[in-house]
Design a protein around this ligand. Structure first.
Ligand code: FES
Length: 176
């Protein structure tokens, strides 16, 4: 029986190995990386599982709750919806790359602390990335503008998030 099974296996000559990949160049938080794995890997898995940049969270199969947002060419983008190949040679900023090199927080990060707009923290990086993008597009965002963001907070921080965004718009991040 064991011999019959062994004979049923395909001949080794029929196995064609993958072509050696040249790699894909990625610019993430000001650093250069080369990915030589599957070009169709979602960027989220590359960030989290390869680079261990775990601030960006899983936000649903299509990024529907906004927890997986990163800045791609300055625009808030779902990291699970973009493949590594699509993100090649494009400036990518994750939550880990928002603060200045000397550690000074981005005003949006500071305002989230000022307003205590953080519960368990799972959704927070996505909210912050979305808010950075929103504030670039709208200097004084209204409640309606903020409500267009895809982000969801199951800890109920939405009201404090609104206050944080408006604090940045008023130039009061880091002030009493
Ligand atoms: S802080 Fe917990 S889900 Fe938003």
């Amino acid at each position: 029986m064991a011999l019959a099974q062994a004979q049923a296996l395909p001949a080794t000559e029929t196995i064609v190995p993958d072509k050696i990949r040249d790699g894909i160049d990625l610019q993430i938080n000001g650093e250069h990386y080369r990915h030589t794995g599957d070009p169709q890997m979602p960027l989220l898995w590359y960030l989290r599982d390869v680079l261990r940049l775990t601030g960006t969270k899983y936000g649903g199969e299509h990024g529907e709750n906004g927890a997986d947002l990163i800045l791609l060419k300055g625009k808030a983008t779902s990291a699970i919806s973009v493949t590594v190949a699509k993100a090649a040679n494009t400036e990518i900023v994750t939550i880990e790359g928002l603060a200045a090199n000397d550690g000074t927080l981005h005003p949006v990060q500071q305002a989230f602390i000022d307003e205590d707009a953080i519960g368990c923290g799972y959704c927070t990086p996505g909210w912050i990335i979305a808010s950075v993008d929103l504030l670039k597009r709208k200097k004084q965002p209204s409640d309606d503008d903020i409500d267009t963001l895809p982000n969801v907070c199951r800890c109920g921080c939405q009201t404090r998030v609104r206050r944080a965004i408006k604090r940045v718009a008023a130039g009061k991040a880091g002030q009493p």
